[in-house]
Design a protein around this ligand. Structure first.
Ligand SMILES: Cc1cc2nc3c(=O)[nH]c(=O)nc-3n(C[C@H](O)[C@H](O)[C@H](O)COP(=O)(O)OP(=O)(O)OC[C@H]3O[C@@H](n4cnc5c(N)ncnc54)[C@H](O)[C@@H]3O)c2cc1C
Length: 354
């Protein structure tokens, strides 16, 4: 069988000399880019497709990525990973994948709006969408970077500061308890309902009683950035409080819809369930990064990418012997090494205060 290679390639179209590439990776965030790097270094034919919405592009400067003691901005990390993949002739289609179906003879057909690609394996590395609060006055606070999403990422930087958690129900309660390790009391304010002790039962009640969390009996009405750089929050019952930073605790939506028609197992939130090799319940379909039920972190996403790529390489070795070195796939359309742009706002999907 001929090895795959491009007849033509442009931003959104690609045509191949044969019907199967080794792997189609959906998503060029840290997980997908790491997998592409590993797979190309295994001499595998790989195409990365990306819609340009990596969560990492929101990271002003990450301080918990091992190996970067001075911190690493998310867009710079993505740019470096792209360059590294480009150096091993990785291929990037800057386009959205619209559907994936199983091929009758094995493998998958992967569709964009104007073309389709056939692949022995598919790696879903599509990430998640953060749900962000909508609240009068909050836009300016978001613009100043004072609404955070992830205390695992940057709780350390806010140690000892005045912190509010915005959100409802047990998820927000758990987030407030987690953050109270960095600073206390954490002010837990409901968006839609009062944040009274209830949901997480005894643990939450204990956190309120011993002063780690202060839960407010009225939902928030509005926010405003104050002259000294702090954030004013006004509750519907007129209570006012002043904090240094807000954590939004509204959860996220995994981008796992592409895997649904294939029957891949998901958890109750929509994360893809994988085994220790990042294999989903569908043979040949792998998943890595935030879209998987795991810790949503750069280091984890890159680790998943490495694990998934190695498992995919093994899958290809078992399902089709690797060609002689001389017949290995030549350069596919070379991917752009351009640095992704930094977005203005840190939210894509929103939950409103009612
Ligand atoms: C504000 C903020 C700060 C953060 N700070 C830190 C930090 O300091 N340290 C840390 O470890 N982590 C941090 N994170 C988390 C980190 O950004 C994520 O864990 C990481 O980006 C996950 O990588 P990923 O590759 O799984 O997904 P992503 O980086 O989200 O990439 C997924 C890619 O898939 C693409 N895609 C989705 N669907 C399709 C489709 N149908 N077709 C084509 N492409 C598609 C998207 O466009 C996107 O480019 C932060 C996140 C946020 C939001």
């Amino acid at each position: 069988m001929n090895e795959p290679g491009p007849r033509s390639a442009s931003r959104n179209t690609i045509s191949w000399t044969t019907d199967l590439i080794d792997c189609l990776i959906v998503g060029a965030g840290p997980a997908g880019l790491t997998a592409a790097l590993y797979l190309r270094r295994f001499h595998r034919s790989v195409v990365l497709a990306d819609a340009g919405l990596s969560r990492a592009r929101y990271i002003e400067r990450s301080h918990n990525l091992p190996g970067f003691p001075d911190g690493m901005p998310g867009p710079e990390l993505l740019g470096r990973l792209r360059r590294q993949v480009a150096d091993v002739n990785g291929s990037l289609l800057e386009t959205e994948i619209t559907g994936i179906s199983a091929r009758p003879g094995g493998g998958f057909e992967v569709r964009t709006a104007d073309t389709s690609i056939e692949a022995r394996t598919v790696l879903i590395a599509t990430g998640v969408v953060d749900k962000a609060p909508i609240l009068p006055g909050l836009e300016e606070v978001v613009r100043r970077g004072l609404v955070r999403q992830c205390p695992i990422c940057d709780g350390h930087e806010h140690t000892g500061q005045r912190i509010a958690v915005l959100g409802d129900g047990p998820h927000a309660q758990r987030e407030a308890m987690f953050i109270s390790h960095f600073s206390r009391p954490v002010h837990l304010v409901g968006l839609a309902a009062p944040a009274l002790p209830s949901g997480d039962g005894e643990r939450f009640n204990a956190a309120v009683q011993d002063g780690r969390v202060k839960a407010y009996g009225s939902p928030v009405a509005q926010a405003c950035l104050q002259a000294d750089g702090s954030i004013g929050l006004e509750l519907r019952d007129g209570t006012a409080l002043c904090v240094d930073v807000i954590y939004a605790a509204l959860g996220c939506q995994p981008r796992s819809a592409l895997a649904q028609p294939l029957g891949a197992e998901q958890d109750e939130v929509g994360h893809l369930v994988v085994d220790p090799h990042c294999a989903t319940s569908v043979p040949g379909l792998y998943a890595a990064g935030d879209v998987v039920s795991a810790l949503d972190q750069l280091a984890v996403a890159m680790g998943h990418g490495a694990i998934a790529a190695t498992a995919i390489h093994r899958h290809c070795l078992e399902s089709a012997p690797h060609p002689e070195p001389a017949a290995r796939p030549a350069a596919l359309p070379r991917m752009a090494a351009a640095r992704p742009s930094v977005p203005q706002a840190a939210s894509v999907e929103s939950a409103s205060a009612r």
